[in-house]
Design a protein around this ligand. Structure first.
Ligand SMILES: Cc1cc2nc3c(=O)[nH]c(=O)nc-3n(C[C@H](O)[C@H](O)[C@H](O)COP(=O)(O)OP(=O)(O)OC[C@H]3O[C@@H](n4cnc5c(N)ncnc54)[C@H](O)[C@@H]3O)c2cc1C
Length: 458
């Protein structure tokens, strides 16, 4: 039975980085990957979707070219095979980078196969049983498929199978109006598909404030996306080339007939086939591995990182998990999950950058708070660029002057939010940004101005 100091299952965002640190510390490491090196982010998540979004943005801007005085003769057409080839090339660079660097890593043995526990400190892969005192689980998550009658009888797409699409779906029906669904919705609309988004809840991206949801729905509608909220898909059926979704909405039944269906209704952890019971590792009711503030499972010497621990659902949270583990295990630095501040983006155009609490969450705390908002059309740089959709909102604790949260929906929202994130980590008062001199003309220059316009949150 091959014995290692550490076994890592999965090569998502945290596993490979941890392997490198462990090997550098002189440990003998085994890492197991059953499919694509680099996991979701690299192969079926962040990298390919943002690469496709770049093609979609070019198509969109080209269609708007005349608004800028740029005359393009003829129609704007997409070569979907070339769009996919560009996406594949970018993904290949990232994936090969992970794969080759792991295979070249002295002290690290790479196993290509499905890993599963067969005992507390034993993992089976490709017919071998490996053992180690330390085991790290980085198996990620996959699309959750809702139990909709008929769905299993039609060729539905997920974020993974979308990656093979090299044609223009004439009418893409997307189940789920949250982050994954909305990014695909805008991208394919800009490619030229007819797009319908069907959302069960009363509004899109329901974790966000209502004004944010409404603004996002507004610009998606403007681009011609049919957004249906409060709509439950109660059945799916294929007839010829069309797939029909039967929808129940406020007591009425209707139908949407599309050519392709994308299921984007949530994620589930890849823990159901991991033999966790053989090792006695506890999960919650949804299969997420339960971990403490330093990512320890209930079994000593076993940790879980990334999406599978339910403590984050982003590439950066998984990477942060790696940093927390490396700090605790190798650097004598007691970093914790609870030290991190909520931060993420929705990569529509314009994007939404988020930090800390939403306005609704601040209201729930009943803290005495201040708020400042600005429309992006009032930001000089956005006006010059002709990209004026959205608004920015910051909330501050009235007593200690620290920033509680921000939602920046607009041009560069995913970048400028870091002005806020960093000051939040510094636990500095908002007046520090208020007094900072920012560069003109940028979107960020309005952040100090916003700080000067804070008003009590009513
Ligand atoms: C469409 C889409 C877009 C996204 N966009 C963003 C974004 O813009 N920004 C962002 O921060 N996040 C984004 N995310 C989320 C992000 O991709 C994930 O949070 C991130 O990839 C999680 O990484 P991870 O480390 O948990 O594991 P993963 O990246 O999921 O990797 C897990 C790996 O483990 C392997 N594995 C699983 N089980 C086993 C087993 N039993 N044996 C061996 N190997 C196994 C898998 O094959 C996989 O390679 C997006 C997700 C999707 C679906």
């Amino acid at each position: 039975m091959p014995k290692y100091d550490a076994i890592i299952i999965g090569t998502g965002q945290s596993g490979p980085a941890l392997a490198r640190r462990l090997v550098a510390a002189g440990r003998k490491v085994a890492i197991i990957e059953r499919k694509l090196f680099g996991g979701t982010s690299v192969n079926t998540g962040c990298t390919p979707t943002k690469t496709l979004a770049a093609s979609a943005y070019v198509a969109h801007v080209t269609r708007c070219a005349a608004d800028y005085g740029v005359i393009i003769e003829g129609a704007v057409n997409l070569d979907m095979k070339a769009v996919k080839a560009r996406k594949d090339a970018v993904v290949a660079v990232f994936r090969n980078g992970v794969e080759q660097s792991l295979k070249a890593l002295q002290g690290c043995t790479v196993y290509e196969g499905h890993g599963s526990f067969v005992g507390e400190k034993k993992v089976a892969v490709n017919g071998s049983e490996l053992t180690a005192d330390q085991i790290f689980i980085n198996v990620g998550a996959r699309a959750a498929i809702p139990p909709i009658p008929g769905l299993d009888q039609v060729p539905y797409l997920t974020n993974s199978s979308m990656m093979a699409v090299d044609f223009l779906p004439p009418h893409l029906v997307i189940l789920g109006g949250s982050y994954v669904g909305l990014e695909f919705a805008q991208v394919y609309r800009r490619f030229g598909s007819k797009v319908t988004v069907i959302e069960l809840g009363p509004r899109l991206i329901s974790r966000e404030d209502q004004d944010v949801s409404e603004a996002v729905a507004g610009f998606l509608n403007e681009e011609g996306i049919d957004v249906r909220v409060d709509s439950k898909v109660i059945g799916v059926e294929k007839a010829g080339n069309s797939i029909t979704a039967k929808i129940e909405s406020t007591g009425r039944i209707s139908q949407v007939a599309g050519t392709h269906i994308l299921v984007a209704t949530g994620r589930r952890p890849n823990t159901d086939d991991l033999g966790l019971d053989k090792a006695g590792i506890a999960t919650d009711a949804r299969g997420y591995i339960q971990v403490d503030d330093q990512l320890r499972t209930n079994i000593s010497g076993i940790w879980a990182m990334g999406d599978c621990n339910g403590r984050g659902a982003f590439t950066h949270t998984s990477w942060n998990d790696f940093e927390i583990l490396a700090a605790n295990l190798l650097d004598n630095d007691q970093r914790r999950v609870s030290d991190r501040i909520t931060a993420y983006a929705l990569y529509t155009d314009p994007p939404l950058g988020r930090a800390g609490m939403t306005e609704w969450e601040v209201r729930k705390t009943r803290k005495s708070a201040l708020i400042s908002t600005i429309a992006v059309r009032d930001v000089a740089r956005a006006y010059e660029r002709g990209e004026t959709r959205g608004f920015m909102k910051i909330l501050v604790d009235r007593d200690n002057k620290q920033i509680l949260g921000a939602s920046f929906l607009g041009l560069e929202g995913d970048e400028i939010i870091h002005c806020v994130i960093d000051i939040m980590y510094a636990k500095a008062p908002y007046t520090v940004i208020q007094r900072a001199m920012h560069i003109h003309p940028t979107v960020s220059e309005f952040i100090p101005t916003m700080m000067g316009k804070l008003k009590p949150l009513q």
